[in-house]
Design a protein around this ligand. Sequence first.
Ligand SMILES: CC(C)(COP(=O)(O)OP(=O)(O)OC[C@H]1O[C@@H](n2cnc3c(N)ncnc32)[C@H](O)[C@@H]1OP(=O)(O)O)[C@@H](O)C(=O)NCCC(=O)NCCS
Length: 157
Amino acid sequence: MVRTARAAGGGVMAEIRIHPLTELDIDGITRIDERITGRYRPEVWEERVTYYIRRDAEASQVAEADGAVVGFMLGEVRGGEFGLEEATGWLDFMGVDPGTRGKGVGARLAEALLAHFRSCGAHVARTMVRNEDEQILGFVRSIGFAPAPISSLEKRL
Ligand SMILES: CC(C)(COP(=O)(O)OP(=O)(O)OC[C@H]1O[C@@H](n2cnc3c(N)ncnc32)[C@H](O)[C@@H]1OP(=O)(O)O)[C@@H](O)C(=O)NCCC(=O)NCCS
């Protein structure tokens, strides 16, 4: 899937290509996470990327511009969690490079991931977002997610 997006101001930004996650994307994802969180965690992302590829090599998606990773969305279809028996597409991790936000990259990543979930037989997608992550909440609501009739509880250990 290749499209050319028009940047604000009328200039044409680099073509953004959405493709399934591969191990070659680990460095780029680590760099985006570092820009978002301020933490450099290559081992964490190596482990996560390996996990999601092993679970379903076609599900998780990466956005690339000029050969560099500019966004990622990791997820998979799981069932039987929280007493929810139906196959559910879980959107687990996402990040778009701060310099590439607001241009529809997150929406395109979600479109590809959700299409894959549908093709796997899932009729619902779910995610969990901390209330303080207003940016992610605003985004997921924009792409059609609504509060679920589920209570989220925790106990500190
Ligand atoms: C949330 C995030 C993925 C959005 O990516 P993006 O590429 O900027 O989003 P898009 O440009 O595709 O926006 C899609 C829609 O979401 C909306 N949206 C995006 N960011 C939003 C925000 N902060 N608040 C409200 N709405 C927002 C857009 O307005 C757009 O809505 P529209 O279609 O009605 O115009 C990105 O901001 C991000 O990576 N944030 C940090 C995530 C993070 O902390 N990850 C670490 C934990 S896993």
